[in-house]
Design a protein around this ligand. Structure first.
Ligand code: FES
Ligand code: FES
Length: 166
């Protein structure tokens, strides 16, 4: 017996109506129903963090949340980071990852970006040690983490400098 339900999801500032089974995970609906394939799926049981998105500004493992549970929240995926429509219009955080070589295969990168985006919004003054602790929540098999930490720290410092100038 199918258990279809109509849900309204607020994703990247747009409302989407989706008909899905109540047991479908948020990451599944984002990728397959809404075609937002920037969010990746790794372990599917809450370990790797590849599926991290922001729900009401907080990083959440989208493989551990039912899409139906996300109704009434604001969801942000990696697609929300770049501004404009051009491929090169990366956000400051994305640019920092690129400049510091904070990615190799890139599979884990969307999850790290959303983890860092949520963390820096809450803790703009975070120390490098705190950044290091936070990124330990997600798995990357390529970079050794140092470059990811450098990228996030550099982005945080640039945001602080920009905040002082304004
Ligand atoms: S796919 Fe969600 S934590 Fe690994
Ligand atoms: S860049 Fe390959 S897993 Fe992180």
């Amino acid at each position: 017996m199918t258990d279809l339900q109509l849900m309204t999801l607020d994703v990247n500032g747009e409302e989407h109506e989706v008909v899905a089974e109540s047991r479908r995970t948020l990451v599944d609906v984002l990728r397959h129903d809404l075609r937002l394939t920037g969010t990746h799926v790794g372990c599917e049981h809450g370990i790797c963090g590849a599926c991290t998105v922001l729900v009401d500004d907080r990083p959440v493992r989208a493989c551990l949340m039912f899409a139906a549970q996300a109704e009434g929240t604001r969801i942000r995926t990696v697609e929300s980071l770049s501004q404009g429509t051009g491929e090169c219009e990366l956000s400051d955080l994305q640019r920092a990852f690129s400049e510091h070589h904070g990615l190799q295969c890139g599979f884990c990168t969307p999850g790290f970006l959303m983890l860092a985006e949520g963390f820096l919004a809450e803790r703009p003054d975070a120390s490098k040690e705190e950044i290091r602790e936070v990124v330990a929540a997600n798995l990357c098999r390529c970079t050794g983490y140092q470059t990811i930490v450098e990228a996030i720290d550099d982005c945080a410092a640039a945001r602080r400098r920009a905040g002082k100038e304004n």
